[in-house]
Design a protein around this ligand. Sequence first.
Ligand code: NAD
Length: 278
Amino acid sequence: MIGFVGLGNMGGPMSSRLVAAGYEVRGYDVSPQAFATFDGVPATRLAEAVTPADVVILMLPNSDVVEAVLDEATLRPEAVVVDMSSSEPMRTRALAARLKNTLIDAPVSGGVKGARNGKLTIMAGGAAGDIERVRPVLEQLGTVTRAGDVGSGHAVKALNNLLSATHLLVTSEAILAGEKFGLDPSVMLDIFNSSSGRSGSTENKWPNFVLPGTFDSGFGLRLMLKDMRIATGLADQVGVPDPLGQAAVDLWARAAEALDPGADHTEIVNWLRKDESR
Ligand code: NAD
């Protein structure tokens, strides 16, 4: 039995895939709206979902919430906890050391679309044998790569999002400049996508969420900023200077202050368009 905590933009479709694969899934979320699309057995209290579970999957906003949930939870001694949230690697290591249960970090990339179609990239941290125990469950959600010991998945996930956010920012600056010059954004994207400037931002985010004006990737701007800060914090902790990453964090932080709390991360483009004081 799987206890699934956090049925939001990602946890909702991920848990549905596990139900569709034939697992008994008991889901819990603090938000009643999150149950609207949940296909498994809804739990009204955390304990109903996690106490009987063999595998406890967490898909929560951040390390604060992950730790609060695990502090409150009573688990079977043999239950494996899989934190698929984008949490802080150093805190994950410390959590694994104090938790009685086995903890694996397995954050993901691939967005809501990847969650729906089981095409997530899953970056697992933990002992190889522990990851093997939960591999059949994780493989319903995507492709699993062991990043290293516990905390490694969370480290590489944050570093990936620092890259992704920096790409999106500089791609947007380039396209806005090209537009002012008189270039058509879709023509620019076609050319970038067969040239060396291509990235997930030129291949996916701009064509699918920015150009149509929907800004509905399902990944919040504040969650992206959280991940960027985890990555620059990691660089700081290991003593590697990252002035470009810091500059990107400063810009995203200003966008987060200016935009609605629930803004999608692709709305950074609207902020760039409006912010004339830069
Ligand atoms: P979300 O805000 O849509 O979902 C989080 C859910 O956790 C919400 O439904 C919320 O009510 C619930 N929650 C909060 N506190 C809780 C608690 N104490 N107990 C139970 N439930 C609680 O966020 P999301 O977009 O699904 O992201 C989840 C995690 O995955 C984050 O760490 C995010 O950075 C990461 N992530 C998101 C995406 C994406 O595209 N959305 C992609 C990769 C990774």
